[in-house]
Structure formats: structure tokens, C-alpha cells
Design a protein around this ligand. Structure first.
Ligand code: NDP
Length: 303
């Protein structure tokens, strides 16, 4: 249910009409996504005859992903989001990519412009927008990124693009960290990239990190007792620790960071901002971020 933030009453979504425009979420599974309530609340707030629906697309048979992407155009959707496990698989079926999507190598947002399918990635800017909102200045900082999967690629791109001075990537599979850093170094020659193994290299890498970002899935529900960090390595009060995980809202890593006096930030803000940026690109309207935040918070708190 979508709630009006100021009156605390349910928002009545406008009726679906013959003119209702659609945005879809392509992924598998998509049943637990917060995006439909967030976007539908935003459409309702602005009185727009638009709806956001889930489009569960299985990875088997493999041609399904291509069929789904072509369907975005064929069915006249105004755009789509793409989530796990298809963020990379959709690339060959798009007509063009934004520079961010090309460098990150993954698409989370599809725009339909003049019948062309454009692949974009709003995860990177969404992460930076949330840091900005939290008062964290990225220019000139040293960052430590844990993980080298899809979200780590977006975070490293976002940090380097926003002017980070140095970025260390630690990953369980070291070779993936090397690959990620090597590719990003070509796009951002002014940024110093280092890599290492997780968890062995945590103490050294943490020594000069202003910001630590968890981009691994370790600590996510249903295993909130786990942590991608070495318990012996303490955080300093001037450090910022950001966990992309938003279920639970406060991970064990964030509990430890807060106990050490560091600034601890969970991943819900990034989720909201990547959605708000996609909303802006599809509709051309200023996204009503506060209503999106209110419904997203309600969803996570209701877990
Ligand atoms: P991927 O599957 O692409 O990457 C997973 C990463 O986690 C890899 O680096 C993997 O290491 C590492 N990992 C997994 N299990 C372990 C383990 N037991 N020990 C150490 N490392 C491990 O996932 P994503 O990058 O898409 O997502 C990662 C997390 O970020 C998820 O929790 C997701 O919900 C969250 N996320 C949040 C967003 C937001 O808006 N807040 C946006 C996108 C993601 P290896 O390479 O060795 O396998």
C-alpha cells in the first residue's frame, strides 16, 4: 500500500486507463523489489497516468532476456529497470549505452527515445547523490571498496568520476578485483587504483581509507550475523563506512562502525536515489524524492 507522507493516509492510485504508460522491472526474482511501490507512489504524487510493474524474466532459456528487452520497444513501454541477474545480459540487445553504462559494463535503466533503446546506469550516480546528501565530500578522498561484482563496478566508477584520489578494491576472488581496477584505471588515469584479497588485506588497506564501502552481499538477510570485515581492524571516528545492503537496514558491519565512532550509512539512500534518477530520465519530471523515501522506508521497516 502507498501512504501519503504528510497525511499518513493511503494514496489512491489513479485508475488504469487506455492511455496509461508503463515502466517495467526486468529481473528474476522481482517479487521482493521495493521499486514498484516507490515509483507508483511518485507517479501518484505527481498525478501522472503511469504505472511501474514487475516483469519476471527467467535466465532460462537464455534467449528470454533478449526477447524481453525487444518487448520493451515492441509493447510501447516508456522504459524499464533491470535487476539481478540480467544487468549485464541485456547489453547486446540495446541500441546504445551511456558512458556510465559502458564503463561499468552493466545497465540498470533502459530509456526509450525515438524508438531507440538506450542502456543507462543510475547506480553510480545514485550512490554519489546519497553520499552528497549525507554530507560526505568525495573529491580528493581515499576509498576502500569491498567486492568486485556489479555494484562494486558502479561504486568504483562513481567514486572515480566524482574525483576520488585513490581507490583500493579488495575481493575474495582477487583476479576480479584486478580486472575491475585495471579497466577503471583506463577511464580515470588521475585516480590511483590498488587491489588486494578479502579479508587478508583489510588491515593494510584500511590504514589510509577515508571511506569504506561494502559492495559484497555478506551480511545481507537471511544471514545478518555475517560481516565482510576482520573484527580485529577497528574503524576510526573520522572514517565513513557505507554498506550497500539495505536489508537489514543496519548490518553487523554498520553496528561495528558505529560502535567505533565512525559515520555509518546503510544502502537505502542509494536505492532511493538510483530510482529517483531513473524516474527523472523516463518522465522528464523532477522526482518527488521525499515520497519515494517514505514508502521505501516503510517497506524496509515492515520486513
Ligand atoms: P554480485 O553478485 O555482482 O557480487 C557479489 C560480491 O560479493 C562479489 O564481490 C563476491 O565475491 C562477494 N561475495 C559474495 N559472497 C561472499 C563471501 N561469502 N565472502 C566474501 N565475498 C563474497 O552482487 P552485487 O554487486 O549486485 O550486489 C552486492 C550487494 O549490494 C547485495 O547485497 C545487493 O543487495 C547490494 N546492492 C545494493 C544496491 C543499493 O541500491 N543499495 C544496488 C546494488 C546492489 P567473489 O567475486 O569472490 O564471488
Amino acid at each position: 500500500m502507498t501512504i501519503n507522507q504528510s497525511t499518513n493516509q493511503p494514496i489512491k492510485l489513479p485508475e488504469i486507463t487506455a492511455h496509461t504508460r508503463l515502466i517495467g522491472l526486468i529481473g528474476w526474482p522481482v517479487g521482493h523489489s521495493i521499486s514498484p511501490v516507490m515509483h507508483n507512489a511518485a507517479f501518484a504524487r505527481l498525478g501522472m497516468d503511469w504505472r511501474y510493474v514487475t516483469l519476471p524474466v527467467s535466465a532460462h532459456p537464455s534467449e528470454r532476456v533478449g526477447e524481453a528487452v525487444r518487448g520493451v520497444r515492441a509493447l510501447g513501454l516508456k522504459g524499464a529497470n533491470v535487476t539481478v541477474p540480467h544487468k549485464q545480459a541485456v547489453l547486446p540487445f540495446l541500441d546504445s549505452l551511456t558512458p556510465a553504462a559502458r564503463a561499468i559494463g552493466a545497465v540498470n535503466t533502459i530509456l526509450v527515445v525515438d524508438d531507440e533503446l538506450i542502456g543507462d546506469n543510475t547506480d553510480a550516480l545514485g550512490f554519489i547523490a546519497d553520499l552528497h546528501e549525507q554530507g560526505v565530500a568525495v573529491t580528493g578522498m581515499s576509498a576502500l571498496v569491498l567486492g568486485a561484482g556489479g555494484s562494486a563496478r558502479a561504486v568504483v566508477y562513481g567514486l572515480a568520476d566524482a574525483g576520488a584520489k585513490a581507490i583500493t578494491v579488495l575481493n575474495r576472488s582477487r583476479s576480479r578485483a584486478d580486472l575491475l581496477a585495471g579497466e577503471m584505471a583506463e577511464f580515470f588515469p588521475a585516480c590511483v587504483f590498488r587491489t588486494g584479497a578479502l579479508p587478508e588485506d583489510i588491515p593494510d588497506a584500511n590504514a589510509d581509507a577515508d571511506l569504506v564501502v561494502n559492495c559484497t552481499s555478506v551480511g545481507m538477510a537471511p544471514c545478518p550475523e555475517e560481516m565482510p570485515w576482520d573484527e580485529e581492524t577497528e574503524f576510526a571516528p573520522e572514517q565513513v563506512v557505507y554498506d550497500l545492503i539495505y536489508r537489514p537496514a543496519v548490518t553487523r558491519l554498520l553496528q561495528m562502525a558505529a560502535a567505533d565512532g565512525a559515520v555509518a550509512i546503510g544502502g537505502l539512500g542509494m536505492l532511493i536515489w538510483q530510482g529517483a534518477l531513473a524516474f527523472q530520465r523516463w518522465t522528464g519530471q523532477k522526482p518527488p524524492v521525499e515520497i519515494m523515501r517514505a514508502v521505501a522506508l516503510r517497506e524496509v521497516e515492515g520486513d
